[in-house]
Design a protein around this ligand. Structure first.
Ligand code: GTP
Ligand code: MG
Length: 537
């Protein structure tokens, strides 16, 4: 069901300066370890924003709506997110660009790319699990990119750990001071509602009959009324909140914007408890779009002529029209559909006739966009991740680096008569970054598929078969330890066994060692060889 919520109506505004429009926008990503509840939370945000009438479920039973955000067939089959999703909707007069990311480590390259387009992140923690390995990694990326982070302690409807203990864990493990804005009344699993520490009131939620498909009803009680209703649970929560006051763990916007503290909210995405508080916080606390630095570190001012960069490409989102969408984050200026931009990489003009706002796998033609917005350029097959687009004033945004692959495999079409589809599919999926394609030499036709995790190969196989009609068999995957190298070192490496030098599409030379021990040995024997670690943050 497509959102009927209008985007902000720029024509009705008194002024149409990009910086003014940017102030009415929020562009943020939801990140976490797998299964913490990102997609469920995304679905509930859409519900509260009125962008869907009924929230879908990640693992929908017959007759229930599927999640808008997990639109890919394989995602719905497995109940996990594989690819990040862009959802644009209106809320409280703001245009919200929400980026739901996959938590699984194998897809972290996609998440990483998407974080380049966000101005803030919502970090979801499972109250029973706290900080998990992938939370840690993703937080590091946010930290390196200086993204302010809002924390949501999710799944409070189930038994979990003590929230106070989790605050310590967040600080110890990621060095972020969590400043609870809401605090649970009742233990996880026996959760009555929250204290809103901004005014001391109790906010209770009533479970909805339809298992969270509709908004939860909220009711507010004064501290006296809450004490009468919840007795010991209220007293305990009140004590803990007083302790938080004492240690100064209270909302502080400047240190949040600087990435040192994180406003924390508690609730349950499944039952909708605390979801509205969190969505309101994104509007009230998260920063709007600001000038983004170009590759030389010079900020591109919001009111400069149009500029943007591609952070994701995706084909076949909609079986009804199998095409290719390049997702562009607008950095500056006023985008008007039909304008002729310059494609930074080739210097060629780029016509923007087919521009859309995106809502999961659905899209709608848009006529204009402003800084912070994500636009989908349809059938822009020449655009690659990291490319800049601009009007009049040239700008190059920092490149979006590829992750070092850890696994390689070779692919063969099962049906040789489908080799054209096989080639086309691989080229498309490489462009999307589903896997990387390496070659033994620039003109060698045999592709070597490289990936961070084994599930990337599963996705490749599934999509090759179902989207391109080119079923394939794989040899591998095999583990490799990869380093960036140069021609001089490559020449030496080619004389050794246990290491292979391969070409990447962007011209880089990669040395793939059969084991980390072999790499360590070669590196220590030849300290002057170029064997550079590929860093991504
Ligand atoms: N009890 C409970 N379950 C929840 C809650 N939020 C999400 N879940 C469940 O947790 C599972 C994972 O939820 P998702 O929303 O798919 O998690 P995710 O973080 O998007 O997972 P990936 O995208 O695969 O990383 C699903 O079965 C959800 O129904 C919650 O608040 N309470
Ligand atoms: Mg998900």
């Amino acid at each position: 069901m497509k959102a009927t919520t209008p985007m902000t109506a720029p024509l009705e505004r008194a002024t149409t300066r990009p910086s003014t429009e940017a102030a009415c926008r929020r562009t943020f990503a939801i990140i976490s370890h797998p299964d913490a509840g990102k997609t469920t939370l995304t679905e509930k945000f859409l519900l509260y924003a009125g962008a869907v009438q009924e929230a879908g479920a990640v693992k929908a039973r017959a007759g229930r709506r599927k999640a808008t955000s997990d639109w890919m067939a394989l995602e719905q089959e497995r109940g996990i997110s594989i690819s990040s999703t862009v959802l644009q909707f209106g809320y409280r007069g703001f245009t919200v660009n929400l980026l739901d990311t996959p938590g699984h480590r194998d897809f972290s390259e996609d998440t990483y790319r998407v974080l380049t387009a966000a101005d803030a992140a919502v970090m979801v923690l499972d109250v029973a699990k706290g900080i998990e390995p992938q939370t840690l990694k993703l937080f590091e990326v946010c930290h390196a990119r200086r993204l302010p982070v809002i924390t949501f302690l999710n799944k409070c409807d189930r038994p979990g750990r003590s929230p106070l203990e989790l605050l310590d864990e967040i600080e110890d493990q990621i060095g972020l001071v969590a400043t609870p804005v809401t605090w649970p009344v009742g233990e996880p699993g026996d959760f009555h509602g929250v204290i809103d520490r901004r005014n001391g009131a109790f906010v209770g939620f009533s479970r909805t009959a339809r298992g969270g498909a509709a908004e939860a009803e909220e009711f507010s009680l004064t501290p006296e009324q809450a004490a009468a209703s919840f007795g010991a649970a209220w007293a305990h929560a009140f004590e803990e909140a007083a302790l938080l006051d004492e240690v100064g763990a209270s909302l502080d916007v400047p240190s949040f914007l600087a990435g040192r503290t994180s406003p924390l909210f508690v609730g349950s995405a499944l039952t909708n408890f605390g979801v509205r508080h969190l969505l309101d916080a994104v509007i009230d606390l998260a920063p709007g779009p600001s000038a983004i630095e170009d590759a030389d570190g010079v900020p591109r001012e919001l009111d400069a002529p149009f500029s943007g960069f591609v952070f994701k490409v995706q084909a076949n989102m909609n079986p009804a029209h199998r095409d290719h969408v390049a997702f562009v984050r607008v950095c500056s200026g006023h985008f008007e559909r039909g304008m002729i931009l310059t494609h930074g990489t080739t210097g060629k003009p780029f016509a923007t006739k087919y521009a859309a706002s995106v809502f999961g796998s659905e899209r709608e033609t848009i006529d204009e966009a402003w800084p912070g917005d994500v636009i989908g350029l349809v059938n822009a097959s020449g655009l690659r991740v990291g490319d800049s687009l601009y009007e009049s004033d040239p700008v190059t945004f920092p490149p979006i680096p590829a992750f070092p692959p850890e696994l390689i495999a070779t692919a063969h079409p099962r049906d040789l008569s489908r080799s054209k589809q096989f080639k086309r599919g691989l080229a498309q999926l490489e462009q999307e970054g589903v896997v990387q394609i390496l070659r033994r030499s620039v003109d060698d036709p045999t592709p070597i598929l490289a990936a961070v995790g084994v599930m990337q190969f599963d996705v490749l196989q599934h999509r090759m078969e179902h989207e391109f009609g080119a079923a394939l068999s794989l040899t591998g995957p095999h583990e490799r330890t990869v380093r960036l190298t140069d021609e001089a070192t490559a020449e030496q490496l080619r004389t050794l066994s246990g290491v292979e030098v391969l070409h990447r599409g962007d011209g880089a030379l990669l040395a793939l060692f059969q084991s980390p021990y072999w790499l360590a040995r070669v590196a220590s024997d030849h300290p002057d060889w170029m064997l550079e670690q590929i860093v991504t943050t």
